[in-house]
Write a protein that binds this ligand. Structure first.
Ligand SMILES: *Cc1c(COP(=O)(O)O)cnc(C)c1O
Length: 397
């Protein structure tokens, strides 16, 4: 390292993180990210992945990935606007639009990139963005790229949103005004109040932007939160990810033909980042086809989630405000939450502690992500570990 200042900065900053207990040691998996995972030679029940439908390890997707790689190559060779757009990308985008019930869709290298791309392509100086205070980090970063005025509203507080929307519109200071929300909030599993948001948007001429990373494949028969509420034609921008329930990697924006044309002309990750690799596109197409053919995986996901949530409640735990398969087991105190998660790990269950600053102080929880791929035996094993650790730490009778 040539800069001593830089070396000192890194050393000091890492030490600070470790002292505050915020330094996360990453343990690699020794096999695929399925319903069970292998870490350090041990088999654990996996309650931490976003692989809701078990598609990440589905043979049909693996086959489709291999076939696409054989036909189209390991990489797509360029950014979309030079010559990285393969017929395969267009096929995926047509399927996504049909699945979402929108005129068009455009894919990006990740869900994170979608928020970098879409918010800044649509909003600029002279505009305002109303943003739920619990929105995902990638939304916050996407907003930072816009030079628009950011107005945060209290989490899912529709009175607060209505008042701030009216004030922003009446001020006459802004041209475009957007309201941005997660469709499903990933830390609590609650669903955005889209019917109210759409009403408020109608009243004050707002653009509606829903990041449905955790809703796609899970709600609305798989088509997401907008479809769940019957509002597909009312949401201007629906962001989805191919990385969670779809089980692969990538993201997309679904909306009107003109919106998609604009994003293809103006969004920077589309213009300056290489197109999704053929294997990911092929596997994603296979996943969307599976979702359109049958709801069996979603039904199994919701059954497993209900089973786990019911089991935790019967043991005397609270699962908070969840309305989706995301299952927080509320603990409270930060140290106890960390200890709880560590003890579960020793008992063969991989479920992550989520504490301040990711969630407010005193609301630490162990977050469980049940999937369609879990068997009842695996969920029972997890519940047995919860019972044992819960009693040991005197959190349940
Ligand atoms: C996970 C997530 C993303 C990022 O998606 P990736 O495809 O993993 O980059 C974006 N927004 C929300 C709300 C998310 O939960």
């Amino acid at each position: 390292m040539t800069s001593r200042t830089f070396a000192a900065f890194l050393q000091r900053s890492l030490e600070e993180l470790k002292e505050q207990g915020l330094y996360n040691t990453i343990e690699p998996l020794e096999g695929p990210n399925g319903p069970t995972i292998a870490i350090r030679g041990r088999e654990l029940v996996n309650l931490s992945s976003n692989n809701y439908l078990g598609l990440a390890t589905d043979e049909r997707l693996v086959e489709a990935a291999v076939r696409a790689a054989r036909t189209w190559g390991a990489g797509s060779g360029a950014v979309r606007t030079i010559n990285g757009t393969l017929r395969l990308h267009e096929e995926l985008e047509e399927k996504l639009a049909a699945f979402k019930g929108t005129e068009a869709a455009v894919s990006f290298p990740s869900g994170f990139a979608c928020n970098m791309a879409a918010i800044s392509a649509v909003m600029g100086p002279g505009d305002a963005i109303l943003s739920d205070e619990l929105n995902h980090a990638s939304i916050i970063d996407g907003i930072r790229l816009t030079k628009s005025t950011t107005i945060r509203y209290r989490h899912s507080d529709m009175d607060d949103l209505r008042a701030k929307a009216r004030e922003a519109r009446d001020s006459g200071k802004y041209e475009k005004i957007m309201v941005v929300t997660d469709g499903v909030f990933s830390m609590d599993g609650d669903v955005a109040k889209l019917p109210d948001i759409v009403d408020i948007a109608d009243a004050h001429d707002l653009i509606v932007y829903v990041d449905d990373a955790h809703g796609s494949g899970v709600l609305g028969g798989g088509a997401g939160t907008a479809k769940h509420f019957g509002l597909s034609d009312k949401i201007d921008l629906q962001i989805g990810t191919l990385s969670k329930a779809v089980g692969v990697v990538g993201g997309y924006v679904a909306g009107s033909r003109e919106l998609v044309d604009w994003l293809k002309a103006r969004s920077r990750p589309f213009l300056f980042s290489t197109a999704l690799p053929p294997a990911a596109v092929g596997a994603s197409i296979a996943a969307i086809e599976l979702l359109q053919e049958s709801r069996e995986l979603q039904e199994r996901l919701w059954r497993n989630a209900a089973y786990l949530q019911q089991g935790l409640r019967e043991l005397g735990f609270s699962v908070g405000a969840t309305e989706t398969p995301i299952t927080p087991c509320m603990i409270g105190n930060e140290e106890t939450t960390q200890l709880f998660s560590r003890r579960l790990y020793e008992e063969g269950v991989y479920a992550k502690a989520i504490v301040f600053p990711t969630v407010p102080r005193g609301t630490g929880r162990v977050r469980n992500m049940p999937s369609a791929a879990h068997t009842t035996e695996l969920l029972d094993a997890a519940l047995a570990a919860y019972a044992k650790v819960g009693r040991e730490l005197r959190l349940i009778p």
